[in-house]
Ligand binder design. Structure first.
Ligand code: 4NP
Length: 147
């Protein structure tokens, strides 16, 4: 799960998807394309909204997306078009590129991007929570069928 800062959207996506899959079968992690907040906890507004839905993301620490992630992961979900461009710019092969998908495109309807909530208020975090949750339910359903 990749966004820009790895403190707002992708930590929520990591926590939500983890809550829906068996960790023995599916490894979920998150990263940011920027290095502004490396080592930091998720944004307090993401922590709070996750807590309201019973998900604890306080143990997560921000890291920067790295080239090695193309080797380590089968699918790389990004939150918006800008993340998509940033990650694709690091890809070394066609198979790397094929791993990169917009998270909300797993749904057949609705918006394509999870908007950046960083400069907005709490409502924005609730809004993205629902979007991410819906996409993660669909991903988890298909992953759980494989296992
Ligand atoms: P995120 O949100 O990409 O969802 O983690 C942001 C967090 C921090 C910044 C931008 C977006 N920032 O500019 O510091």
């Amino acid at each position: 799960m990749v966004c820009l800062g790895n403190i707002c959207r992708s930590p929520l996506a990591e926590g939500i998807l983890k809550s829906k899959v068996n960790s023995a079968n599916v490894y979920v992690d998150s990263a940011g394309t920027a290095g502004y907040h490396i080592g930091a906890k998720p944004d307090s507004r993401s922590i709070e909204i996750a807590q309201e839905f019973g998900i604890d993301i306080t143990n997560q620490r921000c890291r920067k997306f790295s080239l090695n992630d193309f080797k380590k992961f089968d699918i790389i979900y990004v939150m918006d078009e800008s993340n998509y461009e940033n990650v694709l710019a690091l890809a070394l092969s066609a198979s790397d590129k094929q791993k990169v998908k917009l998270l909300l495109d797993v749904l057949d309807y609705g918006p394509h991007e999870v908007p950046d909530p960083y400069y907005g208020g709490k409502d924005g975090f609730k809004n993205i929570y629902y979007m991410i949750d819906e996409a993660c339910s669909k991903i988890a359903n298909s992953l759980n069928q494989l296992n």
